[in-house]
Design a protein around this ligand. Sequence first.
Ligand SMILES: Cc1cc2nc3c(=O)[nH]c(=O)nc-3n(C[C@H](O)[C@H](O)[C@H](O)COP(=O)(O)OP(=O)(O)OC[C@H]3O[C@@H](n4cnc5c(N)ncnc54)[C@H](O)[C@@H]3O)c2cc1C
Length: 400
Amino acid sequence: MRATRCDVLVVGGGAAGVAAALAAARAGAETRLVERYGFLGGMATAAMVGTVCGLYATGPSGPPRLLNEGIAGEVESRLRATGAEPLRRGRTIVLPYVPLAIAAILDDLVARETNLGLDLHTTCASAHGSAGRIDSVRLTGWRGTEDVSARVVVDASGDAIVAWHAALATETPEIAARQLASAVFVLQGVADGAVGGARSLAVLRALHEAERAGELPPGCRLASFRASGRAGEVVVKLALDEIEDTRPMDELARAEVVARRRVAALAEFLARRIAGFEHAFVSHTAPQIGVRESRRIVGIERLERADVLGARKRADGVARAAWPIELWQAGEGGARYEYGPDDDWYDVPRGCLVHATCANLLAAGRCVAASHEAMGSARVIGTCLAVGEAAGRLAAERAR
Ligand SMILES: Cc1cc2nc3c(=O)[nH]c(=O)nc-3n(C[C@H](O)[C@H](O)[C@H](O)COP(=O)(O)OP(=O)(O)OC[C@H]3O[C@@H](n4cnc5c(N)ncnc54)[C@H](O)[C@@H]3O)c2cc1C
């Protein structure tokens, strides 16, 4: 087996992991970024999320105001250069994007860094050490298996997979309390004006009725529709509640199987019963279902709901965040939002990124220490980019 060394190893090439790797490399650390898929972006590409939230301040009016410069700002300006335009949605402003565009931007940013090595199709299979230190991380890829000893490891896996493999303290809400996952898929051949405003409401009403009548499987009513702006294309997001499959599989596998069944049933129903969808077909589904919440590290600090809603500032703040607490819970039929004050922000403190016992493990993005509610805000892509950058800078500092 190969054994290698580096200063900073970042596990997970989502928004947080890419930002962490760029920041560590730019700070002079010999850095490696490993990602299990063949592309970067994490949920932003693998789940085809479609809008970057958390880049801008919230408030009832006014132009978009960036909360964080740095890598979040770089990604924002590069997306805008591809034609993406900020879009106001009530008190928030989002930046819509095409998954391929963000993947290409992340590829380019990574390729420019000479201190940064990228391994795609490479999975963190285990991690070894003690409660106080990770000695090595085992990677598997097409070349075989490799043990990497890193001075600092950044867990940006979305699922705190490094911490879990190393048997370090983590926190995972019970499945019933966790945010729902969603499946995203794309329809082509939809007539102009078939979705949007009152039309979408009429389609949703038809889905409710069909589900009640047993014409659609449970859960198919939990769809939302967004015209992408390209001729005939509509993006559908289906929240995965009421998972009826009880076979002994892991939760993610079960949700993937159920999602595929529902996507097929929904697409067939729309084409058969809804005006404007007669010629619609599923061109592609996201490579994986979108996971809003899973495992987080136990940190030396924990971000709390009161921090978000009270716009709490910290002496050790490393990133600004202002997205509302957005929760998609079982049985609620949609998202629930709780807002902090307008034109303000809360600080994500450094302590949420630092593992409680393990000196050389940092977390970024969805893995940072936060309560269920606080993570409902801090998980958005804009915040993950800013927090990831902070984790990378801290990792480089600690690796010296
Ligand atoms: C359905 C849905 C809709 C959403 N809508 C929005 C939205 O509109 N706007 C917004 O800003 N946010 C949205 N979010 C939230 C946001 O997309 C994610 O929380 C955010 O992208 C998380 O970024 P991350 O880098 O922390 O984690 P992830 O994006 O999950 O990245 C983790 C990466 O680690 C990799 N990985 C995992 N395990 C391993 C391993 N063992 N070895 C190697 N690599 C590994 C994964 O493949 C992945 O690429 C949504 C989320 C979902 C699920």
